[in-house]
Design a protein. Structure first.
Length: 669
């Protein structure tokens, strides 16, 4: 290393101040099957030690009467304390003497029990006595009551429901925060509300609407079908695969087996000119407890139908967004939903040639939430074919294949990449720009060994429209490789320019016209020794001084390993920050004494720059850059307080404004 030495000298006056520029419900406690016989009167001890007798009728068999099927809605509090929506079917039996029997009145406690009520003479109210036994759990018996977690509870009195047309609605109880149906139980001889055991079961805003079964889809006579594989992700967590039958009647397509619970049910969609098959909301049938509707998904408002994209070239249907098996036709009441649906034979992902030699490149971009994204991409070239591994953030280890032209243009056509890491959904490598889904295009700059994306790089479950699952499935402004950096320098004279530089992540290398220095402050605090980095490689995390021949100094990124630099007093910061307390900080600037390190009095040190810290409350100092030979010759000048020399070592009688040598030290006039 070559050495350069500068003097830190005291300046009489302080120079100009400078500164750098729906939770899932938790699993229920273990349920003990309740006895099938009718329970006799039970004597319970309440929390206030008041004894009473409760009638607890239980019926294991459906009571006699007219059974009607209702769709339930409302909310319930699960054992984890979270609120969820009610859904599915329930049966209500209207018996003799105005008796009404509810099957599974409490959605959040699944017992085989009928709860008895009485219909008013005018048919507008159903009264249900509280205190009826719901069942038995591992802690004791559970009874019908009202209350609210962490507030008053009771089994006294009745619940009432309002009957209006085809709808039966639980009334709201003004003595409580909300109208609640909940369970109480006995344990060690005491009566407890479920909240006291941390279960928090309870329903509220419950409503039952009479289910009038719609028509199901029927297929044309003599419809010809073919068996096709069905793959996707069930409930965004589990891979699902089966075989379905598909038949065409003109532009109408019929699919059987889409509903795993009703494998004989058909669904019907229509192919449009845009190759999108639209399936309107439709009824698929019901089993013993649940109706099934095919729907799409919407976070608000009426549920839409489902859509799939059809490719005649490979005879495949690709699901668009969420396709749901829903408990009703109008609001989200999901039984199972599928993502990443592919009906047909999914394409094979790209494989690379044997013996392909690859190199690791960093990738940097912004994702769909405008957050910074970084990772590592493997790149290999085989003739004009070019392969990228991990280009798509959430399709791990997937390869995509493109071609590279003589001018460095890389074209990666839309292609199947494999399954993503979160939901196991098949994804495609897709480019996007100017409102068009197209090939991914990169530009390779050989001078800097960098690929720059010319459009958005996306991982989508569809080829021609958005269907992504994570923010980093969409990468914008992507750069593969270490991007070059242009550093603005301060002029010391007409041919010499100085700048500082710091990068925490990448190695950089300077060109032949740029000298790279580290710095060490002498123990006296009056000297700073500059040590040249001979190979011009700046290791990541190393702050340096640059000396160049132009006002803009360009540094090329380097993926090669760099030797660590020691004994360097220059510091850097990757992000803007306030200077440290208890030290005096110096930054490079062009001030009254020329280009040098001046005491910093600003509020924020700029990212990507170098600075010096000297312990204590130092006086105002400046490190200036002058003629190398003149600085080296300072020690040879006779120490005479009255004699003044210029930087060339020549004696002057009347010093003008500038930097001079007096008494062996540099001073500013």
């Amino acid at each position: 290393m070559s050495m350069k030495r500068f003097t830190l000298i005291i300046v009489a006056a302080l120079l100009t101040t400078l500164s750098f520029a729906q939770k899932p419900a938790a699993t229920l406690n273990k349920i003990v099957t309740p006895p099938t016989k009718v329970l006799a009167d039970a004597v319970l001890t309440s929390q206030n030690s008041t004894s009473r007798v409760l009638k607890a009728p239980r019926k294991a068999e459906a009571p006699a009467g007219t059974a009607k099927t209702y769709i339930r809605s409302g909310s319930y509090i699960s054992s984890d304390g979270y609120i969820h929506g009610q859904s599915g079917f329930t049966t209500i039996v209207f018996g003799e003497e105005n008796k009404v029997y509810f099957e599974k009145l409490i959605y959040s406690l699944d017992f085989d029990v009928w709860i008895e009520g009485t219909l008013s003479e005018d048919g507008t109210k159903i009264t249900v006595p509280m205190g009826q036994q719901l069942g038995t759990i591992q802690y004791g018996d559970v009874f019908l009551g009202i209350g609210y977690p962490s507030s008053a509870q009771t089994m006294e009195g009745n619940l009432t429901f309002t009957v209006s047309g085809n709808k039966i609605t639980l009334d709201t109880y003004t003595n409580y925060t909300i109208g609640v149906v909940s369970g109480l139980f006995t344990f060690n001889g005491n009566l407890y509300f479920t909240a006291n055991a941390g279960l928090n079961y309870g329903d509220y805003a419950t409503a039952f609407e009479l289910f009038e079964e719609p028509e199901t889809i029927t297929v044309p006579d003599n419809l010809e079908t073919e068996d096709m594989p069905f793959t996707g992700s069930e409930n965004a967590s589990t891979d699902y695969a089966t075989t379905v039958k598909v038949g065409w009647d003109g532009s109408d397509v019929y699919i059987q087996g889409f509903n795993k619970f009703l494998p004989e049910a058909w669904i019907k969609g229509t192919l449009g000119e845009d190759n999108i098959v639209t399936f309107p909301v439709q009824y698929m049938g019901k089993d013993d407890t649940t109706p099934y509707f095919l729907t799409g998904y919407s976070s608000s408002g009426t549920l839409p139908g489902a859509k799939m994209e059809y490719s005649a070239d490979d005879n495949t249907f690709t699901g668009s967004g969420t396709i749901n098996l829903n408990g009703n036709s109008s609001s989200w009441s999901s039984i199972v939903f599928y993502n990443g649906v592919i009906i047909g034979h999914a394409p094979e992902p790209i494989t690379v040639p044997d013996g392909l030699v690859t190199e690791s490149y960093p990738i940097s971009a912004t994702d769909n939430s405008s957050a910074n994204y970084s990772g590592t991409v493997e790149v290999g070239i085989d003739g004009t074919d070019i392969y990228f591994k991990n280009l798509l953030a959430n399709v791990p280890d997937a390869w995509v294949k493109g071609t590279i032209a003589d001018d460095g243009t890389v074209t990666i056509p839309i292609q199947y990449a494999g399954k993503n890491s979160g939901y196991g959904i098949g994804m495609y490598a897709v480019g996007y720009g100017n409102s068009t889904f197209t090939d991914i295009v990169l530009q390779y700059h050989a001078e800097y060994d960098v690929f720059v994306a010319q459009n958005v790089i996306a991982a989508s479950a569809k080829k021609n429209s958005w269907s992504f699952y994570f923010d980093d499935d969409i990468l914008q402004n992507a750069v593969i490789g270490v991007p070059p950096v242009s550093v603005t320098a301060n002029t010391a004279d007409e041919t010499t320019y100085y700048a500082t530089f710091y990068d925490a992540n990448f190695n950089y290398v300077a060109d032949a016209n740029t000298t790279v220095y580290t710095a060490k402050v002498d123990e006296s605090g009056e000297w700073m020794n500059l040590s040249e980095i001979a190979n011009k490689v700046i290791p990541a995390g190393t702050a340096v001084i640059l000396e160049g021949k132009a006002a803009t100094i360009t540094l090329k990124g380097s993926r090669a390993a760099a030797e660590a630099v020691e004994n360097n007093d220059l510091k850097g910061t990757a992000a803007d920050k306030a200077p440290a307390e208890g030290v005096t900080t110096y930054v490079l600037a062009n001030g009254d004494a020329g280009v040098g390190f001046y005491q910093f009095a600003g509020a924020t040190l700029a990212a990507g720059k170098a600075y010096i810290e000297i312990a204590g409350d130092a006086a105002a100092k400046v490190l200036t850059f002058g003629e190398t030979t003149a600085i080296k010759g300072v020690a040879d000048v006779k120490a005479d307080d009255a004699v003044i020399y210029n930087l060339a070592g020549q004696r002057v009688n009347n010093a003008q404004k500038g930097i001079f040598i007096q008494n062996g030290k540099k001073v500013v006039f």
